[in-house]
Design a protein around this ligand. Sequence first.
Ligand SMILES: C[S@@+](CC[C@H](N)C(=O)[O-])C[C@H]1O[C@@H](n2cnc3c(N)ncnc32)[C@H](O)[C@@H]1O
Length: 310
Amino acid sequence: MSDYTKTEENDIDKEKRGQFGNRFLTDEKNVFQFNAWDNVEWDQELLNQAEEKIKINSSVLMSTDKAKQFEDNADDYWDKFYSIHENKFFKDRNWLFTEFPELLGNSGGESKNCEKFTILEVGCGVGNTIFPIIRSNSNSNLFVYGCDFSSSAIEILKNTAEYDETKCKAFVCDITDLKKNEFPIQQRTLDIIVMIFVLSAIKPELQLETVKNLVKLLKPGGKILFRDYGLYDLAQLRFKSGQCLEKNFYVRGDGTFVKFFTQDDVDRLFTESGLVKEQNIADKRLQINRGKQLKMYRVWIQAKYYKPKD
Ligand SMILES: C[S@@+](CC[C@H](N)C(=O)[O-])C[C@H]1O[C@@H](n2cnc3c(N)ncnc32)[C@H](O)[C@@H]1O
């Protein structure tokens, strides 16, 4: 049974280098020379091995009763996660600005300092994205909202010394049901919605409705910035049999859900919600544990979709 592990999504090497895409493996015999390689092409043998592992780990699906128990208490499992790890699990996502420069509030280098610039991060956890955005942004009219359905995460975030209500507001909210709590954001007011490793935590049948409701909050011209697990990622191949709920959707040992997306899955979710593609890439990376001579193939989907002007 696999628990959430640090290697799962903390892209350690990228955090150190602050960027992607600049180290390519051209000769297999050099593979153990560095900690990571970018844009790794998968050959047929690797694909077959991945397919085989998925076939095995999804051959026995979790019973509906057991799955429902995880579904009904999804927020409690995340609460437990944050009660154990507090703010020490996820790292600040300082790489954000290389991949998503629009978070800096500049458009093509032109400062929009006088305009109001509003961002919402959904599934913000303890603020590993919100705080770097606030720290790095020169726009004095920036305001960042963050919501998460884990009240423990929001409490930890709000108790962080950096939390400043003139610049940000964090609140508890289940994004699959925006009507459940009083929602502080008006429709058509947001410039950007950030979704980092959050949609994967939501049951697939609720994902489209969730995205559609979020899109209503965007201004025409506003964007969703997305990064999440890709199909065949190491975290998927590590699952043991009995943890799969449906195709490419699993429950971890700690009770949290994880979906592994294809680029098409992501495209369908956003275009069926009325957005237009700006970017949709599979970031395939080979991470190396040089001590143990281990190769770890990672796959993340990164996407940007915008709301057309009326
Ligand atoms: C993997 S963590 C990512 C946290 C943060 N985005 C980051 O990058 O550090 C996923 C987060 O999504 C939150 N989450 C999962 N389902 C949610 C839902 N239905 N509504 C709101 N938040 C949710 C969890 O509580 C958790 O904090």
